[in-house]
Design a binder for this molecule. Structure first.
Ligand code: XMP
Ligand code: MG
Length: 183
């Protein structure tokens, strides 16, 4: 769906489809250069990172493997609980592998810092993070994120994989959810 299809539900389009694709292409060039000669395991964090993974991975001119993890986060609320639970674990052994975590958004940073520790304890050779979005004002813990698409204001955003109560993931752009939808 496009922003125009749900204009009552959004207060502002933050990033258009075109801006997102251009940025992911840039990041892919950078990642391919940084990992030259080393094959990477991309680990997408379900469900929000599905679109980022699909588009970012297709911009990569090199071989990668893909795996997925699902961890608990917000449910139908707009605030992080800070409690991380694995709902679906990796299918592959990442011991000795170069892992690049692919995330939709770093908000408080709690999910990611937990994931980074978890992956390090499994003996990954290296673990880096690529996040399409980051909210610097909302971060509660420092997370070392090597590849960031956009820093955005501390508003609840939807679209391009990001949901509110499981809706809006299929919006092509990233938009700020209108407060009347969740209050
Ligand atoms: P934290 O706070 O742990 O966030 O960095 C982790 C996960 O929470 C989701 N999240 C959002 N989802 N709009 C959303 O639709 C938002 O503004 C938002 N902020 C956080 C997201 O899944 C992220 O991976
Ligand atoms: Mg997520």
């Amino acid at each position: 769906m496009r922003a125009a299809d749900i204009s009552d539900d959004i207060s502002e389009v933050l990033l258009t489809e075109e801006q997102i694709h251009e940025k992911l292409a840039e990041l892919a060039t950078q990642v391919a250069a940084d990992y030259e000669g080393r094959e990477v395991v991309l680990v997408g964090v379900l469900k929000g990172a599905v679109m980022v993974m699909a588009d970012f991975a297709r911009h990569l001119p090199v071989h990668v493997s893909m795996d997925w993890m699902a961890v608990s986060s917000y449910g139908a609320s707009t605030r992080s609980s800070g409690v991380v639970q694995i709902r679906k674990d990796l299918d592959t052994d990442i011991t000795g592998k170069h892992v690049l975590i692919v995330e939709d958004i770093i908000d408080s940073g709690l999910t990611l810092s937990w994931l980074l520790e978890n992956f390090a304890s499994r003996g990954a050779e290296s673990v880096e993070v690529l996040a399409l979005l980051r909210k610097p004002e909302a971060m509660k813990v420092e997370v070392d994120c090597r590849y960031v698409g956009f820093d955005i204001p501390n508003d609840f955003v939807i679209g391009y994989g990001l949901d509110y109560a499981e809706r809006y993931r299929n919006l092509r752009d990233v938009a700020v959810l209108a407060p009347h939808v969740y209050s």
